[in-house]
Write a protein that binds this ligand. Structure first.
Ligand code: GMT
Length: 377
């Protein structure tokens, strides 16, 4: 396909939507497209120099008349400036609020032929969509985009159920860079963390927000460790950490739980892990599941949002009902006590990432959307 000039706007700090947007930009650049990130700060995964990736920072001035700094207006103005100066073909925004609305405003400012693609990532619909002060704006952002994608079929359905937008929404799954997410031989790490060779390692990675229901991970693990010699790695930090650490103390499992805080090199942590637990009550996809699966870690997740589209029940892990910590624990014990079952699931998990969520395939899906839009003139 012909090489395009593509603007990308995302939340640049840590978070699944920002990661997907940044990785997409990098892989599109590798395919020869020119990429312009327009955001409040440098996307944190943009960690090396690419000659065809540019970064345009949105600056918001604070004037005494403003009670709130007008970030959304500044973003729309910056988008318009970059669209015109760089002659962009496509503006791909990640997360509906405020990005899709700002893109629509920018398009009107330049009066140009820019095509807007919006990707819905989850909480922009499943949380903000319920907020009456925002729902009209989200619907407007969706309906004024030229193409809209969502990261799972479940999220597409939730968007229609909640907002009833008059717009086709396509499913394009999350992906990871398979060159980075591969199981590594770092067995020494187990020893470094004081984990015995025969002990199994269970991992949970999240931003410790309420929707992740981390206390369910702790309750399930409290049961698991009575039946399987094991340790729990908690990776990440967030508002629920106080509740979680209190529960660990109450359940008297402090010597079995390792609080690792925020970590950059999760690949190495997955590489010493045998099982991942994701017990969320809202999860449009679960990018962290892909990261684990690529490192041959089978996953147990809840029957929520897009999780059942990622974990194939009894093949790459298990799906359990929300809050059923007993079932989660029993499934974990079954898996961790059966080496051949564990080996089979680990291989299938890795295979699923390589096949169904292959980065090359997903990036091509986005490229096809761009190509079709360009052909519409
Ligand atoms: O999971 C989070 O809390 C972060 C959130 C975000 O907005 O960055 O992640 C959302 O987008 C990811 C990328 O598409 C998805 O993999 C996550 O499932 C989704 N999170 C939720 O739906 C809670």
């Amino acid at each position: 396909m012909r090489k395009l000039k593509i603007g990308i706007t995302c939340y640049p700090s840590v978070g699944g939507s920002g990661i997907v947007a940044t990785e997409l930009g990098k892989l599109l650049a590798e395919r020869g497209h020119e990429i312009h990130f327009i955001s409040s700060s440098m996307p944190f995964r943009l960690n090396k120099v690419y000659c065809n990736i540019f970064y345009h920072e949105v600056e918001v001035n604070q004037y005494s008349v403003f009670k709130y700094p007008p970030y959304d207006i500044a973003l729309a103005s910056k988008m318009a400036e970059v669209i015109e100066r760089e002659n962009l073909d496509i503006l791909h925004v990640h997360y509906a609020i405020p990005h899709a609305v700002c893109a629509s405003l920018a398009k009107q400012m330049v009066d140009g032929n820019i095509k807007i693609v919006t990707t819905l990532h989850g909480t922009d619909i499943t949380v903000l969509g319920y907020d009456p002060s925002l729902s009209n704006a989200i619907k407007f952002g969706i309906e004024t985009s030229d193409r809209v994608t969502a990261v799972s079929k479940a999220l597409v359905k939730q968007t229609y159920d909640l907002l009833e937008p008059n717009k086709e929404i396509l499913t394009v799954y999350n992906f990871i860079d398979e060159r980075v997410y591969q199981r590594k031989n770092v067995e020494h790490l187990k020893k470094d963390y004081g984990i015995l060779e025969h002990e199994k390692v269970i991992i949970h990675v999240s931003n410790f927000r309420k929707v992740k229901r981390v206390p369910d991970v702790i309750k399930a693990f409290a049961y698991i460790q009575k039946h399987v010699a094991s340790k729990l790695l908690l990776v990440g930090d967030g508002p629920e950490m106080t509740v979680v650490s209190k529960l660990v103390k109450e359940l008297d499992i402090e010597n079995k739980v390792l609080f690792l805080g925020k970590q950059e090199n999760v690949v190495e942590l997955y590489s010493i892990s045998d099982l991942k637990l994701l017990t969320s009550e809202k999860e449009s996809f679960g990018l962290v599941l892909l990261e684990a699966m690529a490192c041959r870690v089978p996953c147990i997740g809840t029957n929520i949002g897009g999780i059942p589209e990622v974990i194939e029940h009894e093949q790459t892990g298990y799906i359990c009902e929300l809050g059923d910590v007993q079932d989660m624990a029993e499934k974990a014990i079954l898996l961790l006590n059966n080496d051949s079952l564990h080996k089979r699931m680990s291989e299938k998990a890795e295979e699923a990432v390589r096949q169904k969520f292959n980065s090359g395939k997903i990036v091509t899906e986005y490229e096809k959307i761009y190509e079709q839009l360009m052909s519409e003139g």
